[in-house]
Design a protein around this ligand. Sequence first.
Ligand code: GRG
Length: 306
Amino acid sequence: LQPLPTHAPEAVCELDRLRADLCARIDSMFDAMLAPPEGPRARLCEAIRYAAIGGGKRLRPLLVATSSRLFGVAETSALRAGLAVECIHAHSLIHDDLPCMDDDDLRRGKPTVHRAFDEATAVLAGDALLALAFEILADPATHEDGAVRARLVAALAKAAGMDGMAGGQMIDVLAPGLVLDLEQVAELQGLKTGALLAWSVEAGAILGGASADQIASLNAYSSCLGLAFQIADDLLDRHGEEAKTGKRVGKDESAGKQTFVALLGPDRARRTALELAEEAKRHLDSFGAEADPLRAIVDFAATRDH
Ligand code: GRG
C-alpha cells in the first residue's frame, strides 16, 4: 500500500476517540430500543439484535456526527440520525448476504443472520430494521421541527430505494451478465454504497440548517468519499484478509463482477482512491479546522485494511 496521506495527527486521535465513544453509544441505544418482547416475536428481536449490536466500523453514524459538528447540531439529534442510517445499513447487509443475493456465510466475523437463524427470520429482521430507521427519524426526539424530520426521512428513503441502494443492488445482481465500463461501475457503486454515505454527511447539514452552498460542497465531498471507500472495498476483496475484514474475500472475482480493481488494476485503483481522497478534501476548503475529522475519515476510507 502507498504511505498514508498526511493530515493533522490531532484530527486522527480526535476521530479515534469520537468513533470509540460512538460505537458504545450506538450499541447502548440499540440495546435500549430493542427490548425482547414476550412470545414468538422474541426470535425476531434476537435476530435484529444479533445483526445490529456490537459490530461494524459505524462509519455512517461517524459521518453524521462529524458533519453535525460543523453546524452545532445537538448531540441527541446526531446520534439518532446515526442510529437510523445504521439500521438501514444493517438491513442491507442482512439482505445482501441472503442466498438469493450474495449467499454469504460470514459477516462482521460471525455467521450471517440467515445462517445463525434461518432465511425467513433474516428477511424479517432486515425488514424490521428498514422500518425502524424511519420510526427513529420521524420521532420528535430526533428534532423538534417536523419539517427537518420530513427532509431527513425523504432523503433517506431516496438514498435507500430505487434511486439509491436498492437500485444499485439491482445493477449489481445483473452485473455478471453485463459489460460495464468505468463510468457504469461508478454509477452502480454510487447508488449501492455512495447514496447512504452521502445521506450520512448531508444529515448533519439538514439537522443544522446549513446553506445550499454548504450542502453542495458536502455532497461533492461525499461523491469522492463514496468512490474512494468502494475502491478500498474492492481492493480488500482482492487483497484483504478475512481475519481483518470479517467477511469472505475474493468473491467479486469468482462472481465475475466488474469492479474498480478489475477495470483499473490494483496499482491504478490505489492511486485513484488516494486522488479521490485529496479531491474530497478540496471540497471542504470553505470549512476550517472543524472539518478535520471529515478530512481524516476520507483518508481512512481510501486506505483502510478492514
Ligand atoms: C434498501 C430496500 C432496500 C434494499 C436493499 C441488499 C440491498 C438492497 C442492498 C445492498 C447494499 C450493500 C450491501 C452494499 C454494500 C456496501 C458495503 C461496502 C458494505 C460494507 O460497509 P462497511 O465496510 O461495513 O461500512 P461495516 O461492517 O463496517 O459496517
